[in-house]
Design a protein around this ligand. Structure first.
Ligand code: B4P
Length: 184
């Protein structure tokens, strides 16, 4: 099983992915975390991606798909947080998934109004959370990532969650749209 979390920057993908991965015993793969780790390690790849992260641009598809491909092992379940972010990445993911005997089973779209996204990102204060970068990332989301909504809706695997409210309430909504029985 592969579950994909889709949504604009600040919609809480990372926050919810951490909770759900533990709950379902899945491997949580965040491309944002992988890219920040590469930057922190100061490797040639890290130096290459730093400029994209800090400018709020998407890192080139081949770099991101390469990082994901390295981590996929046969028959493991994955929760993909922030990947794919372009149609080209989504097409590559179909190929990678079938290569490990898996398929994308559900895609969850987190819905949060733009003013709330900006408020959260300004509060988070990561180096790529400046007002200018945030504006750019929201624009990039609309242009490059939002088309994935149609891509996955066509495949009949898209569901959406209201991403506004308490973290634990959103987690419950997530369990409900994924038809997972709450813990009790
Ligand atoms: P990511 O690391 O994926 O981060 P994000 O989209 O900005 O945030 P996320 O939605 O995970 O929000 P979070 O839970 O942190 O991407 C960073 C950059 O990496 C991208 O801009 C791009 O450059 C690059 N990148 C990543 N994947 C890529 C790909 N596939 N291709 C190319 N480039 C790629 O929550 C945000 C804040 O809100 C936090 O402070 C959190 O505490 C708070 N929050 C969460 N839930 C809340 C709630 N319910 N109420 C109030 N606050 C909440």
């Amino acid at each position: 099983m592969i579950v994909v979390f889709l949504g604009p920057p600040g919609s809480g993908k990372g926050t919810q992915a951490q909770l759900l991965a533990v709950r379902l015993n899945m491997v949580h793969l965040s491309t944002g975390d992988l890219l920040r780790a590469a930057r922190a390690a100061g490797t040639p790849l890290g130096r290459q991606v730093a400029q994209y992260l800090d400018a709020g641009k998407l890192v080139p598809d081949e770099v991101v798909t390469g990082l994901v491909a390295e981590r996929l092992v046969p028959h493991q379940d994955y929760l993909l947080d922030g990947f794919p972010r372009t149609v080209a990445q989504a097409q590559k993911l179909e190929e990678l998934a079938s290569g490990i005997g898996q398929e994308v089973s559900s895609v969850v779209l987190f819905v949060v109004p733009e003013e709330e996204l900006v408020r959260r990102l300004m509060g988070r204060g990561r180096t790529d959370d400046t007002p200018e970068t945030i504006r750019h990332r929201l624009k990039v989301y609309q242009e490059e990532t939002a088309p994935l909504v149609g891509f996955y809706r066509q495949r009949g695997i898209l569901c959406q969650v209201d991403g506004v409210g308490k973290v634990e309430d959103i987690h419950e909504r997530l369990l409900s749209v994924l038809r997972i029985a709450p813990q009790g």
